[in-house]
Design a protein around this ligand. Structure first.
Ligand code: SAM
Length: 261
């Protein structure tokens, strides 16, 4: 097969440790409809296709790799293009899972896309930069706790792997990596629209050092509400349920203001 030129702009670091590749794919539980993001040269793909999963679709942006993969796996369904602009609804009408060693430069954007589609994505197994993975899995009262931790953990139960060192890749990245295994939890309806919830969480973390009373000033909340104790805390001190409660209360107030207008 022809030699593929590595393209930095696509965050290409190919996993060369076959044992690790097999271990990562073994984490996947939901095997009926699966999307693999950035299959590269197929190190994970070959552990999934054709036998281990049914209905695998892979999404790869690099046309040289798409050509390479179509030769290597002639009957594999390959979508050539950018995962960020791909409409998942066109691929699967029903539930599906996601697997991939992500391009690290767009891993947060991919995670936000997964969260947008949380009611169809029952599980995901993704490798990403260790620091980002740790932030996603971080808990309250830690510096690394932030928007991605709150949103992801609200909807998914997470397990973080041990660090994977750069020599397992070609070319080796400058950072360590980790795998997150996420399984959709029972939070189907938290009582507030997801985008409103996301927006309030974002507002809370806008300036981490400020108390919520200060960071949420722009929402013009009534004084009797913002005088409660929770507003003297900083965002990183709030547990997941505190965020859900706070967002629902703010939403209630906003709805009342709207109906009284
Ligand atoms: N899965 C392979 C492996 O483990 O060796 C490759 C992993 S490499 C870190 C990331 C892969 O994602 C590359 O194949 C790259 O071309 C692809 N990629 C980068 N940006 C992408 C995008 N926006 N949409 C789809 N694939 C993308």
């Amino acid at each position: 097969m022809t030699k593929i030129k590595t393209k930095k702009k696509f965050g290409q670091h190919f996993l060369i440790n076959e044992e690790l590749a097999s271990d990562i794919t073994k984490k996947l539980i939901y095997k009926d409809n699966v999307i693999e993001i950035g299959p590269g040269k197929g190190v994970l793909t070959k552990n999934l296709f054709p036998k281990k999963v049914t209905n695998l679709v892979v999404s790869e942006i690099d046309r040289d790799l798409v050509a390479y993969l179509s030769l290597k796996f002639p009957s594999l369904k390959i979508i050539s293009g950018d995962i960020l602009t791909l409409d998942f609804n066109i691929i699967y009408k029903k539930k599906f899972s996601i697997i991939g060693n992500l391009p690290y430069n767009i891993s947060s954007q991919i995670l936000f896309k997964i969260l947008d589609n949380r009611d169809k994505i029952v599980e995901f197994v993704i490798m990403l930069q260790k620091e980002v993975a740790e932030r996603i899995c971080s808990t309250y009262n830690k510096k690394s706790y932030g928007i991605l931790s709150v949103l992801t953990q609200t909807y998914y139960d997470l397990t973080l792997s041990e660090p994977i060192l750069p020599y397992n890749f070609d070319p080796p990245p400058r950072v360590d990596s980790c795998v997150i295994h996420a399984v959709r939890n029972n939070n189907i309806d938290i009582g507030i629209n997801y985008y409103k919830f996301k927006n309030i969480v974002k507002n809370c973390f806008q300036n981490r050092r400020k108390t919520l009373r200060n960071s949420l000033k722009n929402l013009n909340l009534p004084k009797e509400f913002t005088s409660s104790d929770i507003f003297s805390s900083r965002a990183e001190q709030l547990k997941l349920n505190d965020f859900i409660w706070l967002s629902k209360e703010i939403n209630k107030i906003n709805n009342e203001v709207r109906t009284n207008k």
